[in-house]
Design a protein around this ligand. Sequence first.
Ligand code: GAR
Length: 213
Amino acid sequence: MKKIVILISGRGSNLRAILQAQRLKAWQADIVQVITNRPQAVGIEVANEFGIPVTILDHQSFISRQEFDAELLKKTQAFNPDLVILAGFMRILSADFVNFFNGRLMNVHPSLLPSFPGLKTHSAAIAMGVKWHGATVHFVTHAMDVGPIIAQGVVPVLPEDTEETLSQRVLEIEHIIYPQALEWFIRDQLHLDQGNVRVVPAQQQFFQLPITP
Ligand code: GAR
């Protein structure tokens, strides 16, 4: 049984998608804890709904970033997880954290990396006039929003899109690719091959939402 800890900062829609998938598919995995840096995170209610215990580590109550980082590492290590999932966790992790969980730390980012790293990806995509946008699940390495790509999902960018409509569409594909990536990990199907992630036995690692005319 693999032990999983999920880190969140906000709404928790990816958390919900993962917990629903776990329920539906009876994964050989135990989601042992949700940790959040925001006491007001809506995702706490999602965790409660599914009976997952929550640790609140309010980053604002620490005197320094280093203290928060050290406590986050300590608290996460205490659960001895096989995998740590970042599901809208909006703090940059310390080098110690990334080193400790190397190969066992996953993130979802709302763009087709390496395009549009960082924040405000949807408005950036609209401003650039790209016709495809999407989301990426990747292993976390030291540089932000870089790291071996596990799965990507594309969505069309429509002429009338706003940041809001586009982000909703991207979320839909996030909710497909993140549980899928997690399932591959749980089944030991993810293999690193010269920095590239392969699924063994091979499966499609790209996903698409139906195009609405
Ligand atoms: C998601 O869109 C996720 O891709 C993004 O935060 C949102 C969290 O939503 N993550 C990042 O931007 C990380 N760089 P959720 O709380 O509803 O899952």
